[in-house]
Design a protein around this ligand. Sequence first.
Ligand code: SF4
Length: 414
Amino acid sequence: MNLDASIAEDTTPRKETPHGFTLVVLQSSSLCNLNCRYCYVPGRMAAEKMDNETLDAAFRLTVGAEDRRKVTHEFLWHAGEPLAVGLPFMRNAVERCVDIALADTRFQFTVQTNGVLVTPQWARFLKEWNFGVGISIDGPHFLHDANRRNWANEPTHDKARRGLDILLNEGCNTSVLAVLTKDSLDYPDEIFDYFLASGTPGLGFNIEEIENQNTETSFGANPMGKHNKDAHQRRVRAFFDRLFERWWPHRDKIQIREFVDVMRCASAFRADNGFSRSPDEGRMLGIVTIMRNGKVATFSPEFAGATSSAYGDFVVGDVHTMSSLNDILASPVYARLKNDIQSGITACRDNCIYYPICGSSFISNRYFEHGTFLQPETFTCVAMRQTVAEAAFAGLAHEAKKGHAGQSPSAYQG
Ligand code: SF4
């Protein structure tokens, strides 16, 4: 799972519902103004939007439900391009949520956008409602425009970058999410310099993934194949080694999500060796995805819109007919998913030395890469958990040896 707009994931293990946290992914439309090469979202030319009845039902089951009073809900607007629904739609949706929310409920809004449609009006609205905004930019022109094109196959970097500048100028709580392709691994300096100069306070990375409609990536259709894995991992490691080296002196100006998460987890593990990360996607009702038509998926949002011989369309409910979010737990599809996902989590816990800093992540990648949840290691986890951790630990050890003043790197080392 990779679509969190908040740059620094909370790595504190959360209790399960109803006393915890639920990320509610709202897919108000699958429409997208772009046609990025690696996109996995189906139906990106379909303009239909979520109607008021569906919005209200979604909010009644979450912030309007007595049985969820103690849960913090994060509403993440995501997939295709959330701003494509227009500002009046989004204002109406947010106001409906606030009207329906019971007193004393805690909730927040986040959005993941490609940035192209951002205007000062949008930015003021997002600021007014204290949205966390994730904006997708892959780096300088030559990297971004290689993959992020519109439907006329035109480059989009300049428009996305203008969106980022507007968001930062308006003081929106903004961070950047960059996709790493095979080619971009050759450019850690260019990528770091670009984002440092942009002024973004937060930066996260996703490696290009085999997911749903995206069945082959720049790393090939089988990146975990016999000869492929080691070669890719060496290049990923070189990228993050260099990135860490460049980032460390500037860590007060820009947070790199992957390094910050590893260091937080390592620090928590040092304090308590029973600690392990607890990703939302593996927890009961940690993530609930509500599709435009009100159908509900859970665990990874990437399951929404996918089909499978084992799990059908991954649908575990419909907001129009559910009386409680807990109805999901009675769904036969949920029961099968939960059982199989838990087996994968157990395999991670029993076999992987990275489990404390990972907690069994990228569950949907597991399914889409291997066709099963039982084979836990994926190209994504090798790259973005195992290799990132090795690079961060090596970087910290190097900094500790240099004896840099300030925040001690050794505080994070296990
Ligand atoms: S790094 Fe991979 S194999 Fe290890 S715990 Fe995480 S998901 Fe499981």
